[in-house]
Design a protein around this ligand. Sequence first.
Ligand code: XBP
Ligand code: MG
Length: 255
Amino acid sequence: MIWDVDGTLAETERDGHRVAFNAAFAEHGLPWRWDSEHYGRLLAVAGGRERLLHDLAARPDAPACAAERERLARALHAAKNAAYERIVAAGGIGLRPGVRELMDECAVRGVPMAIATTTGQRNVAALLGRQLGGDWPQRFACVLGAEDAPRKKPDPQVYEMALARLGLPAHETMAIEDSPAGVAAACAAGVPVVVTRSAYFAAAEVTGARAVGPGLHTSQGWQPPLAPDGGAGRVGLDCLAGWLAAPAGRLGAPG
Ligand code: XBP
Ligand code: MG
């Protein structure tokens, strides 16, 4: 089971990374603030530093020189990550409903888990340490982030590395993702993927996912519809296995 982080394990973007970017701008005495809508548009660019550079390139009051923008983006990104760690360490962002239950089920049934994310290791550790406890790394066979896979999603690098570390062929794994870039990355590595829609990608077109739905906590609103699950009322390993047995499709509309 290969987990994406931002948007999938937790709704980290709007109330975490975005707020932290704004704190970094303020710390640097910059007047810029990203509102929720603007940040939603910027999420088309994967990677916080890359996102920042993309925004700076369009700002008339940002440094005109590309090397200077690079320097500024590095400093702001470091300040953003420090602010993000503070937000999640304070418990400001919980796991999405159903995530913990599926992780626990994986543990009970001996299904190895991996993390494959575009964000950095420290951000993952801050979130999961707070939400799962200090022994959280023991739950995962590998945790791969920006430092391990510098080519960001939709590049399949992080998924290819996860397969190598798990020592499994792609068809024996699956990914849980929330964004079109994440789905594209998993698909390009041959990893079957199920989408739990996050706030920012609630209506995004998703191509190649085995199933798309509102979250792991519910058996309602999934496309294709959930097979009877014995009354658990959530998405468990048996439901996921049923979807994986079906061919990939084009599941665009929100379920
Ligand atoms: C989502 C991203 C990340 C985060 C910010 O990653 O694109 O860039 O928005 O984190 P995923 P950084 O969905 O793959 O977990 O600033 O550390 O990049
Ligand atoms: Mg994501």
